[in-house]
Design a protein around this ligand. Structure first.
Ligand SMILES: Nc1ncnc2c1ncn2[C@@H]1O[C@H](COP(=O)(O)OP(=O)(O)O)[C@@H](O)[C@H]1O
Ligand SMILES: [Mg+2]
Length: 246
């Protein structure tokens, strides 16, 4: 399905086309993004990388309408999101898993998931439990009783219940043990939607993605294929100040 300029869903074209053009945004009068452009095709997987403070989180937050926009355009399946509210952006297809993991600590796992249903029947919760069986085992536990990995699974599962066509993930692996990172990346690799992944674990991000964009001080410093970047230690060194272990 596709949504045209009037918000009508059209059949026949695969959804999930994200077009970001000359995006300028920040916090109040402070400009952080100084003209960011990239396109992700339906089901495309983009790794959005760069050193601390270059604007990765600001980019994702701008896509979902949580910053001050100064100019440029964001389109999902041809729909300009410019002046839309956060809920209208979700309806246009955006799903967001913020760096802070928005788990409600006072609600159970299941109650947290229900907040993501957006009017869908309760039976849809089984989608979450099938993607992350651990959440099924923990469904009556409080959000505050979960491990970091379980919280991240819950945050991802909740976003997925809204049936996004474009999923934005901000450092989902942060603070997780390697075995949990493996489990989470396995689950993410099964998703059939457009994904932007911001991650510090460069090797995992580049293995997951098909394209990569490196940001530097609010601008795109490099864009290209992910496998090429993974093999180019000089490129990684230049944009991240790190190199992958041989
Ligand atoms: N709420 C905010 N108010 C003002 N400046 C912010 C805010 N959040 C982030 N910044 C600034 O925006 C810049 C980019 O930050 P961010 O997008 O979080 O970077 P990254 O995610 O790449 O580490 C940094 O200079 C940061 O200090
Ligand atoms: Mg960040």
């Amino acid at each position: 399905m596709r949504i045209d300029q009037t918000g009508t869903r059209q059949h026949g074209t695969e959804p999930g086309l994200l077009e970001v053009s000359d995006l300028r945004a920040g916090y109040g009068a402070t400009l952080i993004l100084e003209g960011v452009s990239f396109t992700v095709p339906p089901r495309g997987r983009l790794a959005l990388l760069g050193r601390n403070g270059v604007g990765k989180t600001t980019t994702l937050a701008t896509l979902v309408g949580q910053t001050t926009r100064h100019g440029g355009s964001v389109r999902v399946d041809g729909v300009e999101l410019g002046s839309l509210s956060s809920s209208a952006r979700a309806a246009a297809g955006l799903g967001y898993v913020p760096q802070t993991r928005d788990v409600f600590k006072s609600l159970t796992v299941e109650e947290n998931l229900i907040t993501g249903l957006k009017g869908r029947p309760r039976g849809a919760l089984e989608e979450a439990y099938s993607l992350f069986p651990r959440l099924g085992e923990r469904r009556r536990n409080g959000g505050g009783e979960l491990s970091g990995g379980e919280q991240q699974m819950l945050s991802v599962a909740r976003a997925l219940l809204g049936q996004p066509t474009v999923l934005l993930l901000d450092e989902p692996l942060e603070g997780l043990a390697p075995v949990i990172c493996d489990q989470l990346m396995d689950a993410l690799s099964k998703l059939e939607m457009t994904v932007i992944l911001v991650e510090q674990q460069i090797d995992r991000a580049l293995a997951f993605a098909d394209r990569v964009v490196f940001l530097d001080r609010g601008r795109v410093a490099h864009a290209g294929p992910a496998d090429g970047a993974a093999a180019d230690s000089a490129l990684l060194e230049r944009h991240l100040g790190v190199s992958l272990a041989a």
